[in-house]
Design a protein around this ligand. Sequence first.
Ligand SMILES: *Cc1c(COP(=O)(O)O)cnc(C)c1O
Length: 389
Amino acid sequence: MFYFFYTVKMISFLDLKKVNDSFEPQLSIAIKRVVDSGWYLMGEELKSFEKEYAQFIGTKHCIGVANGLDALRLILNAYKELGFMKEGDEIIVPANTYIASILAITDNRLKPVLVEPDINTYNIDPYQIENSITERTKGIMIVHLYGRNAMHPEIQRLVKKFNLKLIEDNAQAQGCHFGKKHTGSFGNGAGHSFYPGKNLGALGDAGAVTTDDDELADIVRTIANYGSKVKYQNLYKGLNSRLDEIQAGILRVKLSRLDVDNMRRNRVAQYYLDNIKNPNIILPLKHKPEDGNIGSYEINPSNIDNVWHVFVIRNSKRDSLQKFLFENNIQTVIHYPIPPHKQVAYKEWSRMSFPVTESIHNQVLSLPMSPLLTDEEINRVVEVINSFS
Ligand SMILES: *Cc1c(COP(=O)(O)O)cnc(C)c1O
């Protein structure tokens, strides 16, 4: 193995500098445009981005906010103001999600009801939801985790049957589809994050809410602006959660290449799927079988059902695998090392048991993934993984 004897450049998990450099000079031009305009909040860039992103996702409204957590908090907060939810009501959420989905619920004094994921998709298991529904259940928050669509006909059925609000956490899946529609357009409301490392990433914090519901859009927009529609008149105990003009300008540039970048991610994923042959490594499932698209399925930007925010493998000796990869100059990340119910912040759940979730957190490892990985880099990742025993 020549890796041990030559200094090889580290393959980073995600080289953000390289990604953002590839958008130059457009990013600098957008930033300068805002600087020169003399207008830094709630201006034309935000208006244009909201219009373009709503059009992209396929919803009537987009409200730019400060970050992805706020986007989810604001949707639930608005449902409380609308009287559809009240303190102590229950929201179903996958047990293996990133903590932000759950924080958005508890921040509103609602009760997260954790449901196990399907081990094959890492998304909430649609067939385990109904058992967790009680008369206090007011909503289901699905999370398109790792960039894979979590929407499912069974979820549509339950939402209708029990008159629930469907909230989508689309922080990791900008550009993903379920059928012909984008994720982020199925729920009553969806939260999006443009944290720098997301598929559509700003150069700082940013987020958005998308919805078709005029009333929800109006209240989210108002709460996010101090609860005020007319300056110095406050309708709600609001907060300050705004998407600034510079980030909006940057996001407009990056949105224009999102489909191309997601296709590049798909190409990297396909290479990993075709070439990692280590029998001890569990690879991600390519498509959900119930999508019925296995076989003659040509992936393109209008039907892509996984935008590979991260490429997650499983291995029973995960920690030694990560060390081995690092010694071979390959950087990896664990999404996520500790499940929400084992976090100190939620010590009241520490006795709960979610075996699928726990096994995921003990075994998962995310390989380098970026639209700009070179063939040489992904080939090296494959070779090193195949040599791990
Ligand atoms: C990133 C992320 C969030 C939160 O987004 P921020 O912009 O960091 O607040 C929420 N949910 C999921 C699943 C995420 O990955």
